[in-house]
Design a protein around this ligand. Sequence first.
Ligand code: NIG
Ligand code: FE
Length: 413
Amino acid sequence: MENIFIKNIKGLVQVGEDFPERIGGADAGQIPIIENAFLALEQGCKVVAYGSMEDWDGIDDWRNLEVIDAEGCYVLPAFCDAHSHTVFAETRASEFVDRIKGLSYEEIALKGGGILNSARALAELSEDALFERSYSRLEKIIESGTGALEIKSGYGLTIESELKILRVIQRMKEKSPIAIKATFLGAHAFPIKYKNDHEGYINEIISDMLPAIANENLADYIDVFCERNYFSVDEMERILTAGKEIGLVPKVHVNQFSTMGGVKSAIDQGALSVDHLEELNEADIKALVGSTCMPTFLPGCSHFLGIPYGNARALIEKSIPFALASDFNPGSTPCYNMSQIWSLACIKMRLTPEEALNALTINAAYAMGLQHSHGKISLGNTSPIILTKAIPSLGYIPYSFGEHLIQRVFTKR
Ligand code: NIG
Ligand code: FE
């Protein structure tokens, strides 16, 4: 049914009309909650009324209305996942075993595995098959509570394959009940052909790929993997500058394994977000103070690769807002489940459940340009909403890691 009335909600979370665009510092520990609440939705998830059950004055029209008794359950805005690589051909479980046996992520990549391995598999798959696989992943992602998803290209590394990925993302946007943003990540790795000719590949990105993407209007953002053995700060600057010329906003991978000055450079380039940040030095933090760029941590990647977790507490001390995202991809983070990300943020980054939830909703929506519509429950919003199972507290979700606690996700009809 299109119209839904949820009553007796134990806690209606992240609800209200007066949210800042970003939340940082001491405020990050606060989440507005109405206890013993009701919520009325039209067209699947459009918020038309909410409040305390005590203030509820009945329903005029019960026709076409599904009534849900949410006793013991929480209702919260769906998570926004501002960093994913959801469109890929194959998993990389064999590399997982190589890593267990002692090879590092970087060593596997230097042997021709890693991103290049994913690119080989993707080149062989038709656009239709890639769409089918990616869309069925999206359905599971939505079921797990994600209500907006950013998806990167970057497993193409040729103009044909990069366009194939971006066209798949475009088709996903058209069919999906949740908002999707597309990011062009041609600068994800140097293909074998250009191993000793970095200039040649950068020229291909700037002179061939970007004009083709502009021509079909296939991307919202531009990303570069700025890292040793990948793209230098100078190379990133040139690629971002060219991307901006066709209207793409920078949103970049920096500081996963090393600090090279990429954070400051990306901020100077007007990046909407700087993502990864497992390594973060004083100069990086200084560059973030007062900027409008959203630092985004990816604790699923730290967990899976066994690398450090980003120092989110240092940012809280400096009142710098930050987001959390999944980084879902076959190489470094085969997990899209944002409840798991919530757990890792609490357990490993020492964030309170509330601090982490602001980073998964309000600040995450900002990191994908959806701050006006997503990450909160406000009148008129049409962004997806989560109903949990009966649980003892909100913090029980990250506490009970690995347990599936989402009963239902409401999306637009
Ligand atoms: O964000 N670090 C770069 N890109 C992905 C991993 C890519 C892969 O290994 O397939 C990441 O972790
Ligand atoms: Fe990533």
